[in-house]
Design a protein around this ligand. Structure first.
Ligand code: IPE
Ligand code: IPE
Ligand code: MG
Length: 250
């Protein structure tokens, strides 16, 4: 029954057209989910994996081009050591378990963020998963890991200054297009829709440049409880909006 209902909503959404090409998600509320159950925070992160699985599958079935998941911010290193370590281990385990399924669903994995600070065991699993899904032609799944929007802009500025110094191009060549191409997201469309769970109304250093005109949808649902029906709700809200980009309609 649930499956049938899901299919109907999916068909309605696709029929309507005007799907977001790129959806970005701030997966928040794992800690609160765990606390409400008297469990350790890590149990919340663990439970969040099922939400990731269902969301990735649903986005792929809808034909969404890009799904970016904020999995670990550059500020998240400031959490207790054991939580950080548990998250890194969970990431490795999940990559190892899920790569086959990603491949089967024609998903291509990529990352944004400064990967060099990740522990070697996580990095190894990540590289393997990226390589094994590299011929996927369906959904591009982007994991934001050790990602910070300001750090990303710092990296872009450094690259541009160095290129100018080496006379690869002059200062007059620096424009919005060049900056976009120097970001970790180079080649990806900007997010059309941002989803944040657990009711928080902030960006938390996520995709600062890229989200200049992104539509925002916030839900009180905590990330471990997030399922495809919430993704459908967010998309239906997006489809009913008028994106003006500073213009006047009519
Ligand atoms: C999001 O859930 C997951 C990560 C940031 C890795 P939180 O761990 O931030 O959960 P809350 O916000 O404490 O509930
Ligand atoms: C944002 O969530 C980062 C991720 C979801 C990975 P946080 O829980 O770290 O954000 P703040 O601290 O509430 O702003
Ligand atoms: Mg949080």
């Amino acid at each position: 029954m649930k499956k049938q209902e899901d299919r109907e909503i999916r068909e309605r959404i696709i029929e309507k057209g005007n799907l977001p090409r790129h959806i970005a998600i701030i997966m928040d509320g794992n800690g609160r989910w765990a606390r409400r159950r008297g469990k350790e925070r890590i149990a919340g992160h663990q439970a969040g994996i099922e939400a990731v699985r269902d969301t990735v599958r649903a986005a792929g079935e809808l034909g969404i081009e890009v799904l970016t998941l904020y999995a670990f911010s550059s500020e998240n290193w400031n959490r207790p050591k054991n939580e950080v370590f548990a998250l890194m281990r969970l990431l490795r385990e999940t990559l190892e378990k899920e790569t086959e399924e990603l491949k089967k669903n024609n998903v291509r994995l990529r990352t944004i963020g400064r990967l060099d600070r990740l522990p070697a065991f996580t990095l190894h699993a990540l590289k393997k998963a990226i390589e094994r899904t590299s011929d996927g032609t369906g959904l591009t799944l982007v994991l934001a890991l050790n990602y910070g929007g300001r750090g990303e802009l710092v990296d872009a500025v450094r690259q541009i200054v160095s290129d100018v110094e080496k006379r690869r191009y002059g200062v007059e060549a620096v424009d919005e297009g060049l900056i976009s191409r120097c970001l970790y997201t180079s080649g990806l469309p900007d997010p059309d829709l941002l989803i944040r769970t657990s009711g928080e109304m902030r960006l938390s250093n996520f995709l600062l440049w890229q989200m200049a005109y992104t539509e925002i949808w916030v839900t009180d649902v905590l990330w471990p409880d997030f399922r495809r029906e919430h993704l459908y709700q967010a998309i239906e809200s997006y489809q009913s909006r008028e994106r003006r980009f500073g213009r006047v309609m009519e």
